[in-house]
Ligand binder design. Structure first.
Ligand code: F6R
Length: 364
């Protein structure tokens, strides 16, 4: 049942190339020329704002989607953790589409946020893994994320399938709003078609990551940094690590380092930097130098070009394949998950059933 793996979590990490491929088969035509996604009349050209609501890892998927929707579709996005949403009684701008993200489809706060939004949002859309769940049934439109059953408490393949589903939705929105033409759409969909192969490539770093994780597991605190669309991955990496290894971890946008968290940096505190070579990489290099100048150990997860530019002084490198910028948050989920997994195994925790956590949080 664990497909030869010791834990469901590792099985679910390893099957991501397959399940992400399933998402693409469901939503992208084989020639990458068209999108097959029935939104039951939701037209992004007639939407002025998105309001994304979710909890935990699903919230971080939504946070990546905010960067994407704003960048590629020029569509403004509000995002909330579900428990903060309805009690605030947020006003809705006209023509707002509410998007609710939940693996289980049963999370109490997300369901309550959906109910609160009914009649206030123009339409409601759910991204869910369980098609017969409450959130799937109550939203105007439900999009399955096609991850298959997720057994481990720590969410892995649901996250990358949520992101892949969002990615297709972003392309659809960008095209409908005239931000990209047909050729631009085909280009983005073709990029997406490369994801399963890139994820397999990322999984091949497993041994290197395990070696790094065994050292990280000795720390008390771990910092995760990312910029732009990689910032939510820093949050997700920290959440995964704390959930299953019980190490204290915090994710920050790289540029926030000097506004507080740098006080935590010392020789004993590893800093994981998730930084593919992108337009912001130079700024990330200077953030890493600030860490290293204080004796901090930097674990750099990056592509080869970023590795070359980072110079000496980096404690450990995990090299990721080159990938189109759009796909990087999905790809970099893999090393973040593997790092948490191997740190937890090194610490001897109950990886699939971490203490104090439930797979589905059906009470407030
Ligand atoms: C993290 C994790 C939780 C869930 C959160 C939302 O690994 O499992 O943070 O992501 O409880 O659950 P769903 O997606 O079922 O609403």
């Amino acid at each position: 049942e664990k497909g030869g793996h010791r834990h469901f979590m590792m099985k679910e990490i390893a099957e991501q190339p397959t399940v992400v491929g399933q998402v693409l088969d469901a939503y992208v035509s084989p020639d990458a020329h068209g999108i097959m996604m029935d939104l039951e009349g939701i037209d992004f050209a007639g939407i002025d704002r998105l309001s994304i609501v979710a909890c935990g890892t699903a919230y971080y998927a939504g946070l990546v989607a905010k960067y994407w929707f704003e960048h590629y579709a020029r569509l403004p996005v509000d995002i909330d953790v579900a428990s903060e949403f309805r009690y605030r009684e947020p006003p809705f701008a006209p023509r707002t589409l509410g998007i609710f993200v939940s693996q289980s489809g049963e999370t109490a706060d997300t369901l309550a946020a959906l109910r609160f939004s009914e009649g206030k949002a123009a339409r409601t859309l759910a991204l869910v893994n369980v098609p017969e769940s409450s959130i799937a049934r109550e939203a105007d439109v439900a999009l399955p994320i096609h991850a298959g059953p997720e057994i481990a408490v720590a969410s892995t393949k649901a996250f990358t399938c949520q992101l892949t589903t969002f990615a297709v939705l972003v392309v659809k929105a960008a095209h409908a709003r005239g931000e990209i033409d047909d050729a631009g759409m085909v280009e983005m969909l073709t990029d997406l078609r490369h994801l399963p192969g890139l994820m397999s490539h990322a999984l091949a770093s497993d041994e290197l990551i395990r070696a790094a994780a065994e050292e990280v597991a000795e720390a008390r605190d771990v910092l995760f940094l990312g910029r732009g669309q990689m910032f939510p991955l820093a949050l997700e990496g920290a959440l995964k690590l704390k959930e299953i290894s019980y190490l204290h971890a915090e994710g920050y946008p790289s540029g926030e380092l000097k506004h507080g968290p740098i006080a935590l940096v010392d020789k004993a505190t590893p800093t994981v930097v998730l930084a593919p070579h992108d337009g912001l990489f130079d700024k990330t290099v200077s953030n890493m130098q600030e860490v290293m100048a204080r004796g901090g150990r930097v674990l750099l997860v990056a592509d080869a070009r970023a590795k070359d530019q980072a110079g000496s002084g980096v404690w450990k490198h995990i090299t990721m394949p080159d990938a189109p910028e759009f796909l990087q948050p999905i790809l970099y989920a893999v090393p973040a998950q593997l790092l948490a997994y191997h740190a937890a195994v090194a610490k001897g925790t109950d990886v699939d059933q971490p203490r104090n956590l439930a797979k589905s949080v059906t009470v407030e």
